[in-house]
Design a protein around this ligand. Structure first.
Ligand SMILES: *[C@@H]1O[C@H](CO)[C@@H](O)[C@H](O)[C@H]1NC(C)=O
Ligand SMILES: *[C@@H]1O[C@H](CO)[C@@H](O)[C@H](O)[C@H]1NC(C)=O
Length: 295
């Protein structure tokens, strides 16, 4: 079997997951989602030498002063298929994943420090952004600290803002990302639609935390609410805002006064968000101040 393999990739492929010459076994569960009591354990045979030359983490694990002597290594942070695909990449540079199961590979690539695999995942994610996975990818982009993927996510959110805000994934958005979102000048969405989505996000958050929906104002806080641009709404749209009771009386009055006389001082920004597909400049505003400009 080994004799017919004509290059190193083919030779390594012959070794993948067979016991022959194996000197280490990974013990993983069949699925991460099984209940812990009845986890079905699987054993994956591997080869220290191959792992150590692919990953500095395995190198230390097998060759360092505190080298692992145990031949069986229990892994509880990945499942059989995830580990198999990860090893397949190490042995053969081939790997199979899709939008639903890429997380484990990104995790393993980071944990064992294999940047070429991380890059492969990034390229895939960048080409497969859609409104159902965008917040998940945004989280990944922060986890792996890839600024360019992070920017691609925000560009996508700008462009598809309406769809993104209507997706159920939107409810999973972190509060810190929501602050980022509401500060964006370049969202392709009407202010009233943005308001409605954020109000729903807050109501959902209250539900999750077992709070009354009255608490939405506290959940959002001034840093989100004050970055909404009520003055750009039509008056009938602002009536919708009023009916939610999200704004304090004082802020509501401020907006109404400003509708009546635009010279009235107001804390909210008064210019519409502008999506411009041709523009590479992205500007963030906060209380009328330009915070950050990047390409
Ligand atoms: C992801 O799912 C595909 C299709 O079921 C499968 O071929 C692939 O091995 C899976 N990858 C991982 C990392 O689980
Ligand atoms: C982000 O990922 C891309 C594509 O893999 C890569 O070319 C780039 O160097 C990465 N940037 C950072 C800061 O890691």
């Amino acid at each position: 079997m080994f004799r017919t393999a004509c290059n190193s990739q083919e030779r390594a492929k012959c070794l993948l997951s067979i016991d022959k010459l194996s000197d280490v076994k990974f013990v993983v569960s069949l699925s991460l989602h099984e209940s812990t009591t009845e986890k079905f354990r699987m054993v994956i045979p591997a080869h220290r030498f191959l792992l150590a030359i692919a990953s500095p983490v395995f190198y230390v694990m097998f060759c360092g002063i505190l080298a692992e002597r145990n031949n069986y290594i229990d892994l509880s942070d990945c499942d059989y298929q995830g580990m198999m695909e990860f090893l397949r990449y190490i042995y053969t540079e081939e790997v199979g994943f899709n939008g639903d199961n890429i997380s484990q590979l990104i995790y393993l690539a980071e944990k064992y420090m294999i940047p070429s695999l991380t890059n492969r995942c990034i390229l895939f994610l960048r080409e497969h952004l859609d409104s159902s996975n965008i917040f998940c990818v945004l989280k990944h982009s922060k986890l792996i600290e890839n600024k360019s993927l992070w920017r691609s996510c925000w560009k996508f959110i700008d462009k598809e803002a309406k769809d993104v805000l209507e997706s159920s994934e939107f409810f999973e958005m972190d509060r810190s990302d929501l602050i980022e979102l509401v500060k964006r000048n370049t969202l392709n969405v009407k202010e009233i639609e943005l308001f409605t989505a954020i109000n729903k996000w807050a109501a959902n958050q209250c539900k999750k935390l077992g709070l009354d929906t009255v608490e939405r104002r506290q959940i959002l806080g001034d840093d989100i609410i004050d970055n909404l641009r009520f003055p750009v709404m039509e008056e009938n749209e602002f009536n919708v805002v009023k009916s939610t009771n999200l704004l304090t009386k004082e802020k509501t009055q401020e907006v109404l006064n400003n509708f009546a006389d635009s010279r009235w001082p107001i804390r909210f920004l008064r210019h519409k968000r502008q999506y411009d597909s041709s523009s590479q400049r992205r500007t963030l505003y906060h209380r009328g101040q330009i915070l950050d400009i990047f390409d």
